[in-house]
Write a protein that binds this ligand. Structure first.
Ligand code: B1M
Length: 219
């Protein structure tokens, strides 16, 4: 198989949610010398975007979306150590979670992998994280940054609730808050009082580093 054929097969099998084939193709691609980022950005992410479009058009339903997501997650497990293996030193602590009511975690996990690769100590609170859990984690870990993901228009308002609870607990000062997720925009992030927004994982890493630098310069 040529590299283009592997990319196409990965895209197609992810679309079908064929997890064993996606895993095998991912391993084959790596053995063939393809980079983990090529596999991710040229095959897996575009395929999940197509899954979303089919869902929107009514051609796919939740089960199809679920198995495609699982197939991608299996490949991500293989790619994780390769994406994260940069040997970078710890640049800061990042507490991360998907907000209450939302079970999407592939995008959040990808951001975590890239952050770890860039040298962040990442504490992942998982999905459906309630406001009190965010507050407790900030109090316990005293992170440089709290990151929150929301992937549904109906769960985005949880950002504001969480920020309110963190402020009420006296933990907002000195804490950088970043938000992201497919439906989130810069305008929305500004409106809820977040310090930063990023549309994808690599921008999230760059912004996290910039915000920490600014914060430390202030102190
Ligand atoms: Co759902 N889902 N889903 N889903 N799902 C979306 C998000 C949707 C856009 C599909 C669509 O209609 N086109 C739509 C939301 C519409 C909206 O609100 N605007 C949707 C819906 C409607 C639903 C349900 C309500 C369906 C239903 O039950 N009727 C339901 C909700 C369940 C719930 O959460 N309560 C649901 C369920 C599911 C599954 C469980 C089946 C599965 C999730 C599996 C999992 O995550 N473990 C699933 C999937 C797979 C999707 C799509 C197809 C793919 C999501 C994904 O993983 N994308 C998605 C369509 C789409 O996004 N195109 C869809 C790939 C990932 C790498 O990208 O998630 O955008 P993304 O993450 C990016 C950025 O957002 C950013 O970086 C990431 C990496 O580059 N980012 C950050 C993320 N977090 C960040 C944090 C940051 C900074 C950047 O700073 C802190």
């Amino acid at each position: 198989m040529t590299h283009d054929e592997i990319i196409k097969a990965l895209y197609d099998e992810t679309l079908l949610g064929n997890a064993p084939a996606v895993l095998e193709l991912t391993q084959k691609a790596l053995a063939d010398g393809m980079g983990p980022d090529t596999i991710l950005f040229d095959a897996l992410i575009p395929s999940l975007e197509e899954v979303g479009s089919r869902f929107e058009r009514g051609d796919y339903f939740v089960p199809e979306m679920l198995i495609a997501g699982k197939a991608m997650a299996g490949a991500l497990n293989v790619l994780r150590p390769l994406l994260a293996d940069t040997g970078a030193e710890t640049v800061g602590t990042f507490v991360m979670g998907t907000v209450k009511g939302d079970v999407h975690d592939i995008g959040k996990n990808l951001v975590n992998i890239m952050l770890e690769g860039a040298g962040f100590n990442v504490i992942d609170l998982g999905v459906q994280v309630a406001p009190e859990k965010f507050v407790a984690a900030v109090a316990e870990h005293k992170p440089d940054i709290l990151g929150m993901s929301a992937f549904l228009t109906t769960t985005m308002p949880m950002f504001k609730v969480n920020i309110h609870e963190i402020t009420k607990a006296g933990l907002r000062e000195g804490l950088i808050i970043m938000v992201g997720g497919a439906p989130v925009t810069q305008e929305y992030a500004d409106a809820v009082g977040a310090d930063g927004y990023a549309a994808d994982a690599s921008t999230a890493v760059r912004l996290a580093k910039e915000l920490i630098k600014k914060q430390r310069a202030l102190v």
